[in-house]
Design a protein around this ligand. Sequence first.
Ligand SMILES: C[S@@+](CC[C@H](N)C(=O)[O-])C[C@H]1O[C@@H](n2cnc3c(N)ncnc32)[C@H](O)[C@@H]1O
Length: 275
Amino acid sequence: MGGGECRSNDYGAATYWDARYSSPSSTGGSGGGRGGEFFDWYQTYPALRPLLRARLPTSSRMLMLGCGNSLLSEDMVKDGYEEVVNIDISSVVIEQMREKHVDIPQLTCNLIFIMDVRDMSFFGDETFDCVLDKGTLDAMMCGNDAPHGASKMLEEVARLLRPDGVYMLITYGAPKERVPLLYQAGCDRKIKLYIMPTPGYQLKRSNGAPLTETIMEEVALTEEGQLPPDYVLKDPESHFIYVCQKSDAANGAPVKSCSQSHNGMHMKTNQISVD
Ligand SMILES: C[S@@+](CC[C@H](N)C(=O)[O-])C[C@H]1O[C@@H](n2cnc3c(N)ncnc32)[C@H](O)[C@@H]1O
Protein backbone atom coordinates (compact mmCIF):
# COMPACT_ATOMS: atom_id res chain seq x y z
CA MET A 1 0.00 0.00 0.00
CA GLY A 2 1.28 3.47 -0.72
CA GLY A 3 2.38 5.19 -3.85
CA GLY A 4 -1.29 5.81 -4.52
CA GLU A 5 -2.32 2.19 -4.99
CA CYS A 6 -3.52 -0.93 -3.23
CA ARG A 7 -1.09 -3.75 -3.72
CA SER A 8 -3.37 -6.33 -2.17
CA ASN A 9 -7.09 -6.75 -1.52
CA ASP A 10 -6.13 -8.49 1.69
CA TYR A 11 -5.33 -5.22 3.47
CA GLY A 12 -8.95 -5.15 4.62
CA ALA A 13 -8.82 -8.63 6.19
CA ALA A 14 -7.97 -9.48 9.80
CA THR A 15 -6.44 -12.78 8.68
CA TYR A 16 -3.96 -10.93 6.46
CA TRP A 17 -2.83 -8.65 9.31
CA ASP A 18 -2.64 -11.47 11.87
CA ALA A 19 -0.40 -13.45 9.52
CA ARG A 20 1.72 -10.41 8.74
CA TYR A 21 2.23 -9.48 12.38
CA SER A 22 3.07 -13.04 13.41
CA SER A 23 5.30 -13.97 10.46
CA PRO A 24 8.84 -14.47 11.75
CA SER A 25 11.48 -12.43 9.96
CA SER A 26 13.53 -15.63 9.44
CA THR A 27 10.99 -16.75 6.84
CA GLY A 28 11.76 -13.74 4.74
CA GLY A 29 8.94 -11.72 6.17
CA SER A 30 10.98 -8.92 7.71
CA GLY A 31 10.12 -5.30 7.10
CA GLY A 32 6.86 -3.38 7.22
CA GLY A 33 6.06 -4.38 10.79
CA ARG A 34 6.49 -8.12 10.29
CA GLY A 35 8.24 -10.49 12.67
CA GLY A 36 7.29 -8.53 15.79
CA GLU A 37 9.29 -5.45 14.80
CA PHE A 38 7.75 -2.05 15.49
CA PHE A 39 7.10 -0.07 12.38
CA ASP A 40 5.42 3.14 11.29
CA TRP A 41 3.65 3.38 7.96
CA TYR A 42 4.24 6.58 5.98
CA GLN A 43 5.55 8.98 8.63
CA THR A 44 6.86 8.90 12.19
CA TYR A 45 5.99 11.01 15.20
CA PRO A 46 9.05 13.32 14.97
CA ALA A 47 7.98 14.31 11.45
CA LEU A 48 4.33 14.73 12.39
CA ARG A 49 4.99 16.39 15.73
CA PRO A 50 4.77 20.05 14.63
CA LEU A 51 1.29 19.50 13.20
CA LEU A 52 0.03 17.31 16.03
CA ARG A 53 1.23 19.68 18.71
CA ALA A 54 -0.23 22.67 16.86
CA ARG A 55 -3.64 21.10 16.26
CA LEU A 56 -4.20 18.63 19.09
CA PRO A 57 -3.80 19.72 22.71
CA THR A 58 -1.94 17.18 24.87
CA SER A 59 -5.01 16.86 27.11
CA SER A 60 -7.12 15.61 24.16
CA ARG A 61 -8.81 12.27 24.53
CA MET A 62 -7.44 10.40 21.52
CA LEU A 63 -8.48 7.31 19.62
CA MET A 64 -5.92 5.65 17.33
CA LEU A 65 -7.63 3.61 14.59
CA GLY A 66 -5.74 0.53 13.40
CA CYS A 67 -2.69 1.22 15.56
CA GLY A 68 -0.72 -1.74 14.18
CA ASN A 69 2.70 -1.86 15.81
CA SER A 70 3.38 1.81 15.16
CA LEU A 71 5.41 3.81 17.66
CA LEU A 72 3.16 6.82 17.23
CA SER A 73 1.10 6.45 20.44
CA GLU A 74 4.15 5.67 22.54
CA ASP A 75 6.06 8.65 21.18
CA MET A 76 3.02 10.86 21.76
CA VAL A 77 2.64 9.98 25.43
CA LYS A 78 6.39 10.34 25.96
CA ASP A 79 5.95 13.82 24.55
CA GLY A 80 3.17 14.76 26.96
CA TYR A 81 -0.07 13.40 25.48
CA GLU A 82 -2.17 12.23 28.40
CA GLU A 83 -4.23 9.44 26.95
CA VAL A 84 -4.31 7.49 23.71
CA VAL A 85 -6.77 4.64 23.20
CA ASN A 86 -5.47 2.14 20.61
CA ILE A 87 -7.58 -0.28 18.61
CA ASP A 88 -6.84 -2.75 15.83
CA ILE A 89 -8.64 -5.66 14.22
CA SER A 90 -5.57 -7.91 14.60
CA SER A 91 -5.54 -9.80 17.91
CA VAL A 92 -1.88 -10.66 17.24
CA VAL A 93 -0.72 -7.06 17.11
CA ILE A 94 -2.89 -6.00 20.05
CA GLU A 95 -1.23 -8.70 22.17
CA GLN A 96 2.23 -7.49 21.07
CA MET A 97 1.32 -3.90 21.85
CA ARG A 98 -0.11 -4.83 25.28
CA GLU A 99 3.21 -6.43 26.16
CA LYS A 100 5.19 -3.50 24.83
CA HIS A 101 3.16 -0.92 26.72
CA VAL A 102 2.86 -2.77 29.99
CA ASP A 103 4.78 -0.06 31.85
CA ILE A 104 3.17 2.93 30.16
CA PRO A 105 0.02 3.85 32.15
CA GLN A 106 -1.38 6.06 29.38
CA LEU A 107 -1.41 3.07 27.01
CA THR A 108 -2.02 0.01 29.19
CA CYS A 109 -4.56 -2.82 29.07
CA ASN A 110 -7.73 -0.86 29.63
CA LEU A 111 -6.83 1.52 26.79
CA ILE A 112 -6.10 -0.99 24.02
CA PHE A 113 -8.67 -3.17 22.32
CA ILE A 114 -9.18 -5.67 19.53
CA MET A 115 -11.87 -3.90 17.54
CA ASP A 116 -13.15 -3.49 14.01
CA VAL A 117 -13.33 0.17 13.01
CA ARG A 118 -16.60 -0.56 11.21
CA ASP A 119 -18.28 -1.26 14.55
CA MET A 120 -16.95 0.71 17.49
CA SER A 121 -20.24 0.47 19.43
CA PHE A 122 -18.13 -0.38 22.49
CA PHE A 123 -17.58 3.38 22.82
CA GLY A 124 -20.36 5.82 23.54
CA ASP A 125 -21.23 8.78 21.30
CA GLU A 126 -18.89 11.81 21.46
CA THR A 127 -16.28 9.99 23.54
CA PHE A 128 -13.20 11.43 21.83
CA ASP A 129 -11.70 14.84 21.13
CA CYS A 130 -9.60 13.42 18.36
CA VAL A 131 -9.49 10.35 16.15
CA LEU A 132 -6.14 9.60 14.51
CA ASP A 133 -5.83 7.43 11.44
CA LYS A 134 -2.52 6.62 9.79
CA GLY A 135 -3.08 4.11 7.04
CA THR A 136 -6.28 2.49 8.30
CA LEU A 137 -8.80 4.13 5.97
CA ASP A 138 -6.29 3.23 3.25
CA ALA A 139 -6.39 -0.42 4.35
CA MET A 140 -10.20 -0.32 4.31
CA MET A 141 -10.19 1.16 0.80
CA CYS A 142 -8.06 -1.78 -0.35
CA GLY A 143 -10.35 -4.38 1.17
CA ASN A 144 -13.00 -6.45 -0.61
CA ASP A 145 -15.63 -4.55 1.38
CA ALA A 146 -14.56 -1.12 -0.02
CA PRO A 147 -16.01 1.47 -0.18
CA HIS A 148 -18.84 0.22 2.05
CA GLY A 149 -16.44 -0.63 4.91
CA ALA A 150 -14.81 2.78 4.67
CA SER A 151 -18.22 4.50 4.86
CA LYS A 152 -19.17 2.51 7.92
CA MET A 153 -15.89 3.41 9.57
CA LEU A 154 -16.36 7.11 8.85
CA GLU A 155 -19.92 7.06 10.19
CA GLU A 156 -18.50 5.64 13.37
CA VAL A 157 -15.78 8.30 13.49
CA ALA A 158 -18.44 11.01 13.18
CA ARG A 159 -20.41 9.43 16.00
CA LEU A 160 -17.43 9.09 18.32
CA LEU A 161 -16.14 12.63 17.92
CA ARG A 162 -17.44 15.36 20.14
CA PRO A 163 -18.72 18.46 18.32
CA ASP A 164 -15.71 20.36 16.97
CA GLY A 165 -13.57 17.26 17.55
CA VAL A 166 -10.87 16.47 15.00
CA TYR A 167 -10.36 13.51 12.70
CA MET A 168 -6.77 13.52 11.48
CA LEU A 169 -6.18 11.28 8.50
CA ILE A 170 -2.67 10.50 7.27
CA THR A 171 -2.92 8.76 3.93
CA TYR A 172 -1.52 8.28 0.44
CA GLY A 173 -4.96 9.23 -0.92
CA ALA A 174 -5.21 12.52 -2.83
CA PRO A 175 -8.27 14.79 -2.34
CA LYS A 176 -9.98 13.36 -5.40
CA GLU A 177 -10.31 9.99 -3.65
CA ARG A 178 -10.48 11.04 -0.02
CA VAL A 179 -12.47 14.30 0.24
CA PRO A 180 -15.80 12.74 -0.86
CA LEU A 181 -15.34 10.15 1.90
CA LEU A 182 -14.47 12.79 4.46
CA TYR A 183 -17.68 14.67 3.81
CA GLN A 184 -19.42 11.62 5.26
CA ALA A 185 -17.54 12.11 8.52
CA GLY A 186 -19.27 15.45 8.99
CA CYS A 187 -16.19 17.41 7.90
CA ASP A 188 -17.70 19.46 5.10
CA ARG A 189 -16.07 22.86 4.65
CA LYS A 190 -13.80 22.32 7.61
CA ILE A 191 -11.03 20.29 6.01
CA LYS A 192 -7.46 21.53 6.16
CA LEU A 193 -4.94 19.77 3.97
CA TYR A 194 -1.21 19.39 4.57
CA ILE A 195 1.14 17.69 2.14
CA MET A 196 4.34 15.95 3.21
CA PRO A 197 6.91 14.35 0.94
CA THR A 198 7.88 10.78 1.86
CA PRO A 199 10.81 10.34 4.27
CA GLY A 200 12.82 8.91 1.35
CA TYR A 201 12.29 12.02 -0.76
CA GLN A 202 13.17 14.28 2.15
CA LEU A 203 16.42 12.40 2.77
CA LYS A 204 17.35 12.63 -0.89
CA ARG A 205 16.74 16.37 -0.77
CA SER A 206 19.04 16.69 2.25
CA ASN A 207 21.71 14.52 0.56
CA GLY A 208 21.44 11.99 3.37
CA ALA A 209 22.08 14.53 6.12
CA PRO A 210 19.75 14.17 9.14
CA LEU A 211 16.62 16.22 8.67
CA THR A 212 16.47 19.23 10.90
CA GLU A 213 12.97 20.30 10.07
CA THR A 214 9.79 18.77 8.75
CA ILE A 215 8.82 19.62 5.21
CA MET A 216 5.08 20.10 5.34
CA GLU A 217 2.99 22.45 3.27
CA GLU A 218 -0.56 23.60 3.94
CA VAL A 219 -2.50 23.66 0.68
CA ALA A 220 -5.85 25.44 0.39
CA LEU A 221 -8.50 23.22 -1.17
CA THR A 222 -10.81 24.61 -3.83
CA GLU A 223 -14.53 25.15 -3.15
CA GLU A 224 -15.09 21.61 -4.40
CA GLY A 225 -12.56 20.25 -1.95
CA GLN A 226 -9.88 19.57 -4.58
CA LEU A 227 -6.24 20.57 -5.11
CA PRO A 228 -5.82 23.88 -6.95
CA PRO A 229 -5.72 23.07 -10.71
CA ASP A 230 -2.16 24.37 -11.10
CA TYR A 231 -0.80 22.61 -8.02
CA VAL A 232 2.14 20.27 -8.67
CA LEU A 233 3.29 17.74 -6.09
CA LYS A 234 7.02 18.03 -5.44
CA ASP A 235 7.13 14.36 -4.55
CA PRO A 236 4.57 12.36 -6.54
CA GLU A 237 4.44 9.82 -3.68
CA SER A 238 3.66 12.52 -1.09
CA HIS A 239 1.47 11.82 1.90
CA PHE A 240 -1.69 13.82 2.53
CA ILE A 241 -2.78 14.86 5.97
CA TYR A 242 -6.41 15.89 6.33
CA VAL A 243 -7.40 17.68 9.48
CA CYS A 244 -11.17 17.53 9.64
CA GLN A 245 -13.17 19.27 12.26
CA LYS A 246 -16.56 17.78 12.98
CA SER A 247 -19.29 20.30 12.41
CA ASP A 248 -21.81 20.72 15.21
CA ALA A 249 -24.65 19.25 13.23
CA ALA A 250 -22.70 16.41 11.58
CA ASN A 251 -24.93 13.68 10.16
CA GLY A 252 -27.90 15.84 11.08
CA ALA A 253 -27.51 14.60 14.64
CA PRO A 254 -28.49 17.05 17.37
CA VAL A 255 -25.57 18.29 19.45
CA LYS A 256 -25.75 16.94 22.96
CA SER A 257 -25.42 19.32 25.84
CA CYS A 258 -22.44 18.89 28.17
CA SER A 259 -24.69 17.66 30.96
CA GLN A 260 -25.49 14.56 28.91
CA SER A 261 -21.89 13.34 28.79
CA HIS A 262 -19.45 12.36 31.50
CA ASN A 263 -16.22 14.05 32.36
CA GLY A 264 -14.25 10.88 31.77
CA MET A 265 -14.26 8.64 28.73
CA HIS A 266 -17.64 6.98 28.63
CA MET A 267 -18.30 3.58 27.19
CA LYS A 268 -21.71 2.17 26.46
CA THR A 269 -23.51 0.55 29.38
CA ASN A 270 -21.78 -2.47 30.91
CA GLN A 271 -18.39 -1.43 29.52
CA ILE A 272 -15.43 -0.04 31.38
CA SER A 273 -15.28 3.60 32.26
CA VAL A 274 -12.10 5.61 32.65
CA ASP A 275 -12.47 8.76 34.68
C1 LIG B 1 -1.39 0.24 7.03
S1 LIG B 1 -1.50 -0.39 8.63
C2 LIG B 1 -1.21 1.06 9.61
C3 LIG B 1 -0.70 0.77 10.99
C4 LIG B 1 -0.37 1.98 11.84
N1 LIG B 1 -1.51 2.86 11.98
C5 LIG B 1 0.81 2.76 11.31
O1 LIG B 1 0.66 3.94 11.00
O2 LIG B 1 1.91 2.22 11.22
C6 LIG B 1 -3.26 -0.60 8.78
C7 LIG B 1 -3.71 -1.18 10.13
O3 LIG B 1 -5.14 -1.20 10.13
C8 LIG B 1 -5.58 -2.38 10.76
N2 LIG B 1 -6.93 -2.67 10.23
C9 LIG B 1 -7.28 -3.06 8.98
N3 LIG B 1 -8.61 -3.20 8.89
C10 LIG B 1 -9.11 -2.88 10.11
C11 LIG B 1 -10.42 -2.84 10.67
N4 LIG B 1 -11.50 -3.14 9.93
N5 LIG B 1 -10.57 -2.47 11.96
C12 LIG B 1 -9.49 -2.15 12.73
N6 LIG B 1 -8.22 -2.17 12.25
C13 LIG B 1 -8.03 -2.54 10.98
C14 LIG B 1 -4.54 -3.43 10.40
O4 LIG B 1 -4.53 -4.52 11.28
C15 LIG B 1 -3.25 -2.60 10.43
O5 LIG B 1 -2.66 -2.67 11.70
